[in-house]
Design a protein around this ligand. Structure first.
Ligand SMILES: Cc1cc2nc3c(=O)[nH]c(=O)nc-3n(C[C@H](O)[C@H](O)[C@H](O)COP(=O)(O)OP(=O)(O)OC[C@H]3O[C@@H](n4cnc5c(N)ncnc54)[C@H](O)[C@@H]3O)c2cc1C
Length: 350
């Protein structure tokens, strides 16, 4: 296990700790209260322990993951400096596991080695690089980092000694888009991901014409969410199809449930491998209204351990999340409901 800790002088820390913890919980995290001055917050990366005395706040990170310290120290550094105006990055002196300036543990440069048109609506890129083993098990998604100015030598993120991961700015700025690793072949050093083909997107346009050999950055993996083995209700559009496909492939064979998929092309159907007890409903023509209402109107089975998973357009994700929390009263560990994209936003490239 890796461990690292940070102590900060903080006037009346014990009186402010709970408010800070409740604020951190807004990042879709849940805290456990041990007593008035001691909390812990568990994430997929590890455990963050927080405690306070009258004049000091103490934070301890514990993680089993190779990338856990870098990801969690970055989160903590970002949060603290963002929310405590008097604090500077140089005030953050971590002890425990050594921290040196350099490449974050969850960053890789990779080369595009293959481009495959899967069908009219989707294409697959194969990336190749060293040490992709983390991407096989540590989560489904990753950040694709594309230099805004392709004519400059790329500058990649750096981990500072404060724990913060600093992204390049100005002419070296990077576009940052989230995708799902569809297949990872660690032994070959390859990762496939599938992109929805749509007009006017930085990543979508780049993928249409990227040359073999192009170098990009990836950061990850993380997220995805499905830990329960009960009755599963899933929904998503094409952007979530890679994640849903991976989750269904990894489900234990006795999982039962329903999956609603809204896609433009029916040729995806051949790809999906799933337990026999999962029924799949293909909704025609990327019909977003039908997708959200199919989830919301599902009659849940009684006496079952329920898990609900949704990935899709922001408006649908918001509507579904509201029902899951307010009407169905699901606890945070019973659902994952994420906005994968937002309709009608202006592209950053414009
Ligand atoms: C956890 C997670 C996992 C994801 N996994 C995948 C994946 O495996 N495959 C995948 O294709 N996407 C995936 N997405 C969605 C993807 O990140 C977004 O679609 C992203 O906006 C695409 O970036 P872009 O640069 O092409 O478009 P942007 O520059 O972000 O947007 C430009 C324009 O395109 C529109 N647009 C964006 N996405 C779409 C879309 N899908 N369909 C139609 N119009 C769109 C926007 O409304 C905007 O008008 C995932 C998102 C998340 C959060």
């Amino acid at each position: 296990m890796f461990q690292s800790s940070l102590s900060l002088p903080f006037h009346n820390a014990d009186q402010h700790l709970e408010a800070q913890v409740r604020h951190i919980e807004q990042h879709e995290l849940e805290a456990e209260k041990h007593d008035d001055n001691s909390f812990s917050i568990r994430s997929e990366y590890g455990l963050l322990r927080l405690s306070a005395t009258q004049d000091q706040m103490n934070l301890i990170i514990e993680t089993e993951r190779d990338d856990g310290l870098d990801v969690m120290r970055d989160f903590v550094a970002d949060y603290l400096v963002g929310h405590m105006p008097s604090l500077k990055l140089s005030d953050l002196v971590w002890s425990g596991h050594n921290i040196v300036e350099g490449t974050p543990a969850n960053f890789r440069t990779v080369a595009v080695v293959k481009r495959t048109i899967l069908n009219e609506g989707m294409l697959r890129l194969t990336l190749a690089g060293n040490d992709l083993s983390l991407f096989e098990e540590g989560g489904l998604h990753f950040r694709l980092l594309l230099p805004k100015n392709p004519n400059r030598t790329p500058v990649w993120p750096i981990r500072l000694t404060s724990g913060k991961v600093q992204f390049p700015e100005g002419d070296d700025e990077l576009y940052n888009r989230v995708y799902t690793a569809r297949y990872v072949r660690t032994e070959l050093g390859e990762l496939d991901f599938d992109l929805v083909r749509h007009k006017g997107g930085v990543a979508a346009d780049w993928a249409e014409s990227v040359a073999e050999g192009a170098i990009v950055g990836i950061m990850g993996p993380g997220g995805g969410g499905y830990i329960n083995n009960g009755w599963l209700l899933m929904g998503g559009d094409e952007t979530a199809l890679p994640a849903i496909s991976r989750i269904l492939e990894q489900c234990s064979s006795d999982v039962k449930g329903q999956v609603y998929l809204s896609v433009r092309k029916s040729d995806y159907q051949a790809d999906l491998q799933k337990p026999d007890g999962i029924e799949v409903f293909w909704l025609p023509d990327n019909d977003s209204n039908q997708l959200a209402s199919s989830i919301i109107e599902t009659v849940l089975p009684d006496n079952e351990d329920i898990y609900v998973w949704f990935g899709g357009e922001q408006k649908d994700a918001r509507a579904i999340r509201k029902v899951l929390k307010s009407d169905w009263k699901l606890k945070p560990d019973q659902f994952y409901c994420a906005a994968y994209w937002q309709n009608d936003i202006r592209s950053e490239a414009e």
